[in-house]
Write a protein that binds this ligand. Structure first.
Ligand code: ATP
Ligand code: MG
Length: 395
């Protein structure tokens, strides 16, 4: 019997007018991820069908469990729409299960099939009862429900629904620019943004020699881990040293973080424009540090009119850590390499900055031309979830 995974579209089905676009995007995403494998993928209005060889099961599951837009899927057995074959197969399939009570549920979308659903369920129930000892039917609380879907080309039989990761397929929203530091929060923010269908580019601000190449490598690893949820992520590496040093030379130390973050947002906006992105995404969480109080956020946000999406802004750190563990970024994030933000942290950063004061300090040096120079020196690499060696040249 051929093994097939049936994919239910879940939340996608609520997107009436856009449904075809959502389904097509999910289909293309899966196709891209399965390229080079012997799996076949087809779709109709309510299901996607992924046919595979038993030996590739782990690979397929890994792909499914990293693809947004899949709410539920089923490991199914595929067979001809033939009554006798179905009767025979259902016994084989139920023999693999551990149960005492069961129920059969038939869905017959193929109305050419000669037996109505209810009648067919009863008939198959009788066949199972006759062939397996010590079991009984319980239509209310069965140990196992066996689903029989009779569709146009084939019949599918399965028992357990499996949970996918939900969300919308990546690419159903336009691009967003993720500020990716080596910390715990920003990879989680990127994951959650992709979950809503946003295509991601990542941006890393580095301040070599104050930050190390190991810190950069760590960000690339995080990017690779995020890339598992899409096909590839472009990572833009911003040489931030000169501008950051100028900030610390020219501004009051308590305002340095506020101003540094205003500079980051300015650069993010320029990068968003250049890369046809519609939002800035970051891992800010309300109240976590001085620059993330609401008053700080307002002063920092003032430099851009782009939406700044903060997917983890209302989560506790422990909730963010749980997610980081789930998406396998936590262990990388806690590696000890310094980030440009942590290195320059002043002793007493301002918690309620004053906008006019910040603007005045910025006027004291020519940050615009520094931003122009820095924009010309950004390195962009394409990160997939393949092995690290690919990036040795850059490191
Ligand atoms: P994280 O918040 O990811 O754990 P962090 O705590 O070092 O890292 P914060 O100081 O809280 O970072 O900064 C808030 C957000 O600003 C980060 O989540 C990230 O989105 C962005 N950010 C900070 N530093 C950088 C950087 N060097 N490059 C890119 N983005 C950064
Ligand atoms: Mg943080």
């Amino acid at each position: 019997m051929k093994r097939v995974i049936l994919i239910a579209y879940g939340e996608l089905t609520t997107k009436k007018g856009n449904r075809n676009f959502f389904v097509k995007t999910l289909y293309e995403n899966l196709k891209a991820k399965l390229q080079g494998t012997p799996c076949e993928i087809t779709k109709d209005l309510s299901r996607m069908y992924l046919t595979f060889e038993e030996k590739d099961q782990d690979l397929i599951l890994d792909v499914i469990n990293h693809t947004f837009g899949i709410l539920t899927y089923y490991f199914a057995y595929q067979m001809e729409n033939d009554v006798e074959e179905i009767k025979k197969r259902i016994v084989d399939i139920m023999n693999l299960e551990q149960f005492q009570t069961f129920k059969i549920e038939t869905k017959r979308s193929n109305k050419d099939f000669p037996i109505p659903s209810l009648e067919f369920s009863r008939m198959l129930g009788g066949v199972v009862l006759k062939n397996i000892e010590g079991i009984s039917v319980d239509v209310h609380h069965p140990d196992v429900t066996c689903f029989v879907e009779i569709r146009r080309d084939f019949t599918y039989i399965y028992t357990k629904p499996m949970k996918g990761i939900g969300g919308y397929p990546v690419g159903t929203q336009p691009r967003g620019m993720l500020m990716l530091s080596g910390g715990i929060d920003s990879p989680v923010a990127g994951y959650l943004a992709m979950k809503r269908g946003i295509l991601l580019d990542a941006v890393y601000f580095e301040a070599i020699p104050h930050t190390s190449l190991e810190a950069r490598e760590k960000v690339i690893t995080l990017c690779q881990k995020l890339a598992k949820y899409t096909s590839k992520i472009r990572l833009h590496i911003v040489p931030f040293t000169e501008l950051q040093e100028a900030i610390y030379k020219n501004c009051e130390s308590s305002y340095c973080i506020t101003i540094m973050r205003r500079m980051m947002y300015r650069i993010m906006e320029r990068l968003a424009k250049k890369n046809h992105a519609f939002a800035i995404i970051n891992g800010e969480s309300i109240g976590q540090v001085a620059s993330q109080t609401l008053t700080s956020m307002k002063v920092i946000n003032e430099v851009t009119c782009y939406p700044v999406i903060r997917p983890v802004c209302c989560l506790d750190k422990l909730e963010i850590i749980d997610l980081a563990r789930k998406i396998d970024t936590y262990e990388t994030s806690i590696l000890p390499y310094e980030d440009c933000c942590t290195i320059f942290v002043p002793k007493h950063p301002v918690i309620n900055p004053n906008l006019e004061a910040a603007k005045k300090m910025e006027e004291s040096f020519d940050y615009q031309s520094m931003i122009e120079t820095l924009l010309k020196n950004i390195k962009t690499i394409s990160v997939t979830d393949v092995k690290k060696e690919t990036f040795q040249d850059l490191l």
